[in-house]
Design a protein around this ligand. Structure first.
Ligand code: PLP
Length: 397
């Protein structure tokens, strides 16, 4: 193995394992809602690093939180000990919520895997050894580890890695089918993304979600909301379930939680928390003092009612603007979304539009072959959203 000193440029042959098809530019800076590449070109960010950078780039509060954490000398102490940031974050995040406790981890998939374990533990404790099943919905994405992948409805992601974790199945998004499948003797949990992100930005009908809550509550089945992509302010409410008027039993969070540092969380109700004992689950890094200090800053800022109101109002305006673009260009088949989470089904390949976006200086991502996905930073102003809309219309034409 050869070593590289800091003055040498990176090797030209990529050595990062090819699990992603990367864009050609290399980003070297971020400022506000823009990224800047090695040639100095600016890109307006309508993707937020896939729903992560809610506060944009170079945020002074995040920087200060990191410096404050580093000043203590504590980046990590392990979950064998308490730290103030972890304790404070757990209080803050559960304070105005349905949840009694929270488990901190390091990613979205890990949060969902934890949620499945907690739901099964509770299912066994309150039901029987048979109450272990987990159902997910058609169109869902819950992660790429073996149990979260088993709950992810993407045949091409799943097929090469079978066998996946057992006892987890995908069910149609149909109340009759679900009604038959949700057997309280066998099923511990139903996991739902209230707005399916990777699956095409599909906003589940409020009535449908409320019916799922009614059925699962009646039959003693835990309702898990995966709010990893659509939660933490993206729909204009702090938690996504607040936009649907239902209270779940477990909520999973990740992406924006620690301002771009890896962090996930599983929020659990008092009844489920009561069945969890030391040793039931664990993770070395979860909720460490550095990430928790940054997450405290992010959570406080996202919980600000004026930020949430701006996401609701600007989001509605953005949706109308996108509909106008659809009508004028004739290149859009459907538009779905709410808050700062929008999907546009386009006639041509989404990847072609996205590549023209790179040339035009705007970052957009996809959610399927023909769906553009727009996830602007939550701090994006209406003026910048309008700038993004102009660029989008130009590249669609
Ligand atoms: N759940 C949802 C709804 C997601 O959108 C994602 C990631 O895109 C995940 C889970 C997995 O998160 P991670 O990539 O952090 O494992």
């Amino acid at each position: 193995m050869t070593t590289m000193t800091s003055t040498e440029s990176p090797p030209s042959t990529p050595t990062i394992l090819g699990t992603y098809k990367r864009a050609p530019m290399t980003f070297v800076r971020g400022e506000g809602v823009e990224l800047i590449d090695a040639d100095g070109k600016r890109y307006l960010d309508l993707a937020s690093g896939i729903s992560v950078n809610a506060l944009g780039y170079g945020d002074a509060g995040i920087k200060q939180a990191m410096l404050t954490a580093l000043d203590t000398g504590l980046v990590h102490v392990s979950n064998l000990y308490r730290t103030e940031p972890g304790e404070e974050l757990s209080q803050l995040i559960t304070r105005d919520s349905f949840a009694k406790s929270v488990f901190f981890c390091n990613s979205g998939a890990e949060a969902n895997e934890g949620a499945f374990k907690f739901a099964r533990r509770w299912g066994r404790a309150t039901g029987s050894d048979a109450k272990t099943g987990i159902l997910a919905l058609r169109g869902s994405f819950h992660g790429r580890l073996f149990a979260s992948l088993a709950a992810t409805d993407r045949p091409s992601y799943r097929a090469p890695f079978r066998p996946l974790a057992g006892g987890i199945s995908i069910c149609e998004r149909d109340l009759h089918v679900l009604d038959a499948a949700l057997d309280g003797e066998m099923i511990a949990a139903l996991i739902v993304e209230p707005v399916q992100g990777e699956g095409g930005v599909r906003v589940l009908e409020k009535e449908f979600v409320r019916e799922l809550r009614r059925i699962t509550a009646e039959r003693g089945i835990a309702l898990i909301f995966d709010e990893i992509q659509c939660g933490l302010g993206r729909l204009g409410t702090f938690f996504a379930h607040q936009s649907f008027g239902v209270t779940p039993d477990i909520v999973t969070l990740a992406k924006p939680l620690a301002g771009g540092l890896p962090m996930g969380a599983v929020l659990v109700s008092e009844e489920i928390a009561a069945t969890i004992k030391p040793g039931d689950h664990g993770t070395t890094f979860g909720g460490g003092p550095l990430v928790a200090t940054v997450a405290l800053e992010v959570v406080r800022r996202i919980a600000d009612p004026s930020l949430l109101a701006a996401v609701r109002e600007n989001g509605e305006w953005f949706g109308e603007t996108l509909r106008g673009i659809g009508k004028r260009t004739g290149k859009v088949r459907a538009i779905r979304g709410m808050g700062y989470m929008w999907g546009m089904d386009v006639v041509e390949k989404a990847s072609d539009v996205i590549e023209r976006g790179w040339e035009a200086g705007v970052l957009i991502i996809s959610a399927g072959d023909h769906t553009l996905r727009l996830l602007p930073p939550l701090v994006m102003t209406r003026e910048d959203l309008a700038r993004g809309a102009v660029l989008l219309e130009r590249i669609l034409n």
